[in-house]
Design a protein around this ligand. Structure first.
Ligand code: C2E
Ligand code: MG
Ligand code: MG
Ligand code: MG
Length: 292
């Protein structure tokens, strides 16, 4: 192995590291190509009002259709995009796709529901984000109120003026903001009220602990109460069982997202199964809601 001396620290470069570096570069180059060559897809997971089983919105989730590896989940390439500078073009693609799909949804009775798009933490610190989104919405002819951005607690952590500026500008525009994976970050609760937030999404790790006599139940109850006190919407995600759904309904959380109701799916399947052609999106949904 090669050695390099810098001050008193010795860096040892193993060939193994070089290989990993090379692999990473090719993956990055392939992701860049995927963005440019239309190999990304935007999938949709519905969000339901479990009280009556009606559609309450949806979350857009990106997938990479790689010619070699098939369908790649975002957990495998979003972190890479965040480190390597590809997150901006990737998000631009996602936003444009989401806007184009929203136009189709609106012509099929989507009404005033919101479509949620995930935004990486670092992007909120990036000054022109709000303007960029405003420009894209205008160009696509989509009302800002149809869009919701999901950010994580991590995005609020820098406490940078640009984060607050971006959130305020988006709020004024009418774009809704949801705090995703809520409860897993380390944000102080006191500062939640200072941000123009609309929704708390309870992290799925707590939902999956429900009914197991663990601390998850106390945490979920506390988040529901917190949301109510701050007048935020509260959404439970990662619901997989009827017991979890029942428990949440009994505790006053009725906005549900999870495999119990539907997995993320391609746009065509989503529109076919969940959207009606005429009027409100209230056709009987293919969900176990009737059993609730
Ligand atoms: P997230 O925003 O918290 O999205 C929810 C994830 O949970 C999705 O995984 C979804 O498929 C999964 N999920 C939903 N219901 C259930 C359930 O009942 N059980 C289980 N086990 N999982 C469930 P997915 O699509 O693999 O996305 C993972 C993460 O990747 C997302 O977590 C989000 O942080 C990120 N991501 C996805 N799309 C985008 C994007 O367009 N941009 C950015 N920046 N990040 C994205
Ligand atoms: Mg999300
Ligand atoms: Mg989440
Ligand atoms: Mg997550």
């Amino acid at each position: 192995a090669m050695q390099e001396y810098s001050g008193t620290r010795i860096h040892v470069y193993e060939p193994r590291v070089d290989n990993r570096q090379r692999h990473r570069l090719t993956l990055e180059a392939r992701l860049r190509q995927a963005i440019d060559h239309g190999q990304l897809e935007l999938w949709y997971q519905p969000k339901l009002d479990a009280r009556d089983g009606t559609l309450a919105g949806a979350e857009a989730l990106v997938r990479w259709r790689d010619p070699r590896d098939g369908l790649v989940a975002p957990g495998r390439f979003i972190p890479l995009a965040e480190d390597g500078g590809l997150i901006v073009p990737l998000t631009e693609w996602v936003l444009d796709r989401a806007c184009a799909d929203l136009r189709i949804l609106m012509s099929h009775g989507w009404g005033d529901l919101r479509l949620a798009v995930n935004i990486s933490a670092a992007q909120l610190d990036h000054q022109p984000l709000a303007e960029e989104i405003a420009r894209r919405l205008t160009r696509a002819g989509v009302a800002p109120a149809s869009l919701e951005l999901e950010i994580t607690e991590r995005a609020l952590m820098p406490r940078a003026a640009s984060v607050l500026d971006n959130l305020n500008a988006l709020h004024e525009l009418g774009v809704a903001i949801a705090l995703d994976d809520f409860g897993t970050g380390y944000s102080s609760l006191g500062y939640l009220g200072r941000f123009p937030l609309d929704t708390l999404k309870i992290d799925q790790s707590f939902i999956q602990e429900l009914g197991q006599g663990s601390s998850g139940e106390a945490v979920v109850r506390a988040i529901i109460a917190l949301a109510e006190g701050l007048r935020f919407e509260v959404v439970a995600e990662g619901i997989e069982t009827l017991d979890q759904a029942h428990w949440l309904l009994a505790e006053g959380c009725h906005l549900h997202q999870g495999y119990l109701y539907a997995r993320p799916q391609e746009f065509e399947t989503f529109t076919r199964d969940f959207i009606v052609d005429d009027g409100a999106p209230n056709k009987p949904l293919p969900t176990p809601v009737a059993q609730l």
